[in-house]
Design a protein around this ligand. Structure first.
Ligand SMILES: [Zn+2]
Length: 225
């Protein structure tokens, strides 16, 4: 098997725990891909807190099958991912089990990945880092040129649908060090993006005071405790 650290020098596996397969940092505004085998667990953390983590997952045997928040929420009858939920692919097959929610349910399944056009919509001029670009680059580094940007699950992202149907994003309350843990139910390529949304838009904060910070991720095997 090819050692992924030879391909991606920034993937610096630290065997800090007996059951840690790999542990990485996702720099602010950037994205990284991680292979997670069936039965392994993926932990995603916001060390500084209040940083949105756009999360994508693809079937490692067929990247045409990807995680679909839409199919997930219509099956679980809830617009947010909750601890204990099975997260489905667009073919409605189980991809991940949401084992542990350390962020108090502050997640989103409705906002598409940010892209150049989103920043231009808000008046930004010139190129801007985005979760869509981060996803494409991360997948290219895995050998795949993707042309569809799936809907992500946005962990540590605070959105609410008001009774009148309005969607709002109040200030992000997620604590430093908050993390989520997911179990892979099939072999996956997962991509995590530190959302670069840094525009000061009234009522649409997304990240902590428009400050973008790193994320952390690790893959675990073995006992769940
Ligand atoms: Zn984003």
């Amino acid at each position: 098997m090819v050692d992924s650290t030879m391909i991606h020098p920034d993937l610096d596996p630290q065997m800090t725990e007996e059951n840690t397969v790999i542990e990485i940092e996702i720099p602010p505004r950037e994205g990284r891909a991680l292979r997670v085998a069936q039965g392994e667990r993926l932990v995603i953390a916001t060390p500084e807190g209040r940083q949105a983590a756009d999360f994508f997952a693809f079937n490692a045997a067929n990247i045409g099958e990807w995680l679909s928040p839409n199919h997930t929420w219509i099956t679980n009858f809830h617009t947010k991912p909750r601890q204990g939920d099975v997260l489905l692919s667009r073919f409605r097959r189980p991809m991940l089990l949401f084992l542990r929610d350390g962020a108090g349910g502050i997640h989103d399944m409705m906002i598409p990945a940010c892209d150049q056009f989103r920043y231009e919509f808000f008046g930004h001029r010139g190129p801007h880092a985005s979760c869509s670009e981060n996803l494409c680059v991360a997948m290219r580094r895995e050998g795949y040129n993707i042309d569809v940007i799936p809907q992500p699950i946005n962990f540590f992202t605070n959105t609410t649908v008001e009774p009148d149907g309005a969607i709002v994003s109040p200030p992000n309350p997620v604590s430093p060090g908050a993390e989520v843990e997911l179990e892979a139910l099939m072999d996956l390529i997962c991509v995590i993006s530190s959302c670069p949304f840094d525009l000061g838009i009234e009522g649409w904060e997304i990240n902590a005071g428009s400050q973008i910070t790193r994320l952390a991720a690790k893959v675990l095997i073995g006992n769940k405790d």
